[in-house]
Design a protein around this ligand. Structure first.
Ligand code: NAD
Length: 277
């Protein structure tokens, strides 16, 4: 078993999108699930593609952790209801819900199609609504719970992803509203805004770009620390917010971004190189 502080010892967790797009590196959901298991939680690994979640399960079991795969399309209400029921059946309750599913969607308000808008809102936002809808009553009944919504710095900064940004921004509004509505039931709701981390999903999108290596380098160097971020950086933040160590923290958005939200492009110009043709 990897080193653990028992941060979430004995807790039952659901991580949506707990698989990872195939490729080098690790996604935020997969890393969150592994860290939560390492820190003592039992984790329901929910993914549309169960074969992806099986790889997460393998990693967790190799470390001596406890988890179970649950195949579901989290855009569907009945499957979300079944997902929560499976957590209760297998682990006794739901203490932690990590709303992690996300789908990149490039395009401006002018060039994005209506279908792409609907798809992005469905996958990025509806999943948060539906998973929470069924998990919150279980948490409320026991008088405690922690929900962590994986948003993005795209919610707060322009980058030409109108539907993705709209969905991720709405997640921040939902975070505050859910924290308000369920605080007195002992439920904390927080969001994480990852910055330019490199995950297999990012590589699969940017890999088609002939300047992919340069873009990766730029992503790595864009923050104040000038070093690359990974899914693990998000995973550790999730474990903290999910744990009782964060017992008095609710309604916040925590950037995990190497300080990108603390700077202006101009202030960073001295550190960055021009994008080659
Ligand atoms: N990678 C980044 O730079 C970055 C930056 C900011 C925010 N994020 C956010 O982090 C989260 C995860 O990103 P990632 O790069 O790890 O992605 P990923 O594609 O590796 O993982 C997401 C998982 O969700 C699953 N999934 C997709 N639709 C689903 C559905 N309807 N039902 C169930 N499962 C479904 C996929 O199969 C996949 O395994 C997303 O919310 C993303 O928006 C990523």
């Amino acid at each position: 078993m990897a080193r653990s502080s028992g941060r979430v010892e004995g807790k039952a967790a659901i991580v949506t999108g707990a698989g990872s797009t195939p490729g080098d590196g690790i996604g935020t959901g997969k890393a969150s699930a592994v860290v939560l298991a390492r820190e003592g939680a039992s984790v329901l690994l929910v993914d549309l593609y169960p074969e992806r979640a099986e790889l997460t399960l393998k990693m967790i079991e190799e470390e001596g952790g406890k988890a179970k795969v649950f195949a579901a399309d989290v855009t569907q209400a009945d499957q979300c209801e079944a997902m929560v029921a499976a957590a209760v059946e297998n682990f006794g309750t739901v203490d932690i819900l990590v709303n992690n599913i996300g789908l990149a969607s490039l395009g401006t308000v002018v060039d994005l199609s209506e279908e792409a808008w609907d798809r992005a809102l469905n996958v990025n936002l509806r999943t948060v609504f539906l998973a929470s809808k069924y998990a919150v009553p279980v948490m409320a009944a026991q008088g405690s719970g922690s929900i962590v919504n994986i948003s993005s710095i795209s919610a707060l900064r322009g980058d030409g992803t109108i539907a993705y940004s709209a969905a991720k921004g709405a997640m921040l509004a939902m975070t505050v509203d859910m924290a308000y509505s369920h605080g007195r039931q002992g439920i904390r709701v927080n969001a994480i805004a990852p910055g330019h981390i490199t995950t297999p999903m990012v590589n699969s999108v940017s890999g088609q770009d002939p300047r992919a290596d340069f873009r990766t380098q730029l992503r790595n160097e864009a923050g104040l620390l000038g070093t690359p971020g990974t899914g693990w950086d998000v995973g550790w933040a999730v474990a903290f917010l999910a744990s009782d160590e964060a017992r008095w923290i609710t309604g916040i958005t925590m950037p995990v971004d190497s300080g990108v939200l603390s700077i202006t492009p101009l202030s960073m110009a001295q550190y960055l190189r021009a994008i080659p043709e």
